[in-house]
Design a protein around this ligand. Sequence first.
Ligand SMILES: [Zn+2]
Ligand SMILES: [Zn+2]
Length: 244
Amino acid sequence: MKLRVIGPWGAYPKAGEATAGYLLEAGRNRVLLDCGSGVLAALQRYIGLPELTHAFLSHKHYDHMADLGCLQYACLIDTDLSRRELPLQVLLAEEHEGDWTVPLMRGSAANGVSVKETVWLEDGVRLSFFRTDHDAYCLGVRVEAQGKVLVYTADTRYDESLIPHLSGADLLITEASFYADFDAGRYGHMTSAEAAKLASAAGVKRLMLSHLPHFGEIERLKAEAAAVYSGDIVLAELGMLAEL
Ligand SMILES: [Zn+2]
Ligand SMILES: [Zn+2]
């Protein structure tokens, strides 16, 4: 598996960058994990849009789905130009479907997923979903392929019930929206130290802090996490590639 960071920012993108978005390559699958603001432009530095097979939307906050509409226009155009053979499979929580704000268009197909469900992709790639503690209905995803495990928490408060879903991950991508001395739960998010506490309790091998804040010195997030968690810690940045 390979994981490329497309969007490391929470809320809104830094100039020329993007909010939540990660490109997962696993076997023949090319899966976009979240499709935030700026993701579509940044993504094309690394992959042609017709190559995308799936897009997973964790929840319907704009910093995770703002570019979904334009991604579907691309699917429509690529389908008409015979550059895309199969519809893009859009995986989103079935609890969303009734009030999802972007209607799904030809060239893409919606597949509701629930926390009870396991989705198998090509080449034995397994996706399982779990509910996080956030203001909107939000799903995290655990990806298992070729004996490796990657987990993406999307947005969440600190919640120890997440630990079994993160357990033993080779790479955990988690949000670190605030610095350690902040009451992040009030905003539905976690601090660097809370993210690290979960990683430590779950025996995670590598921790990527993402969904980063637009204030303060973000290197401080890493130092705060290192005080709690002894494994490798990286701060997500545009284009960063993690191989599992
Ligand atoms: Zn967010
Ligand atoms: Zn959110």
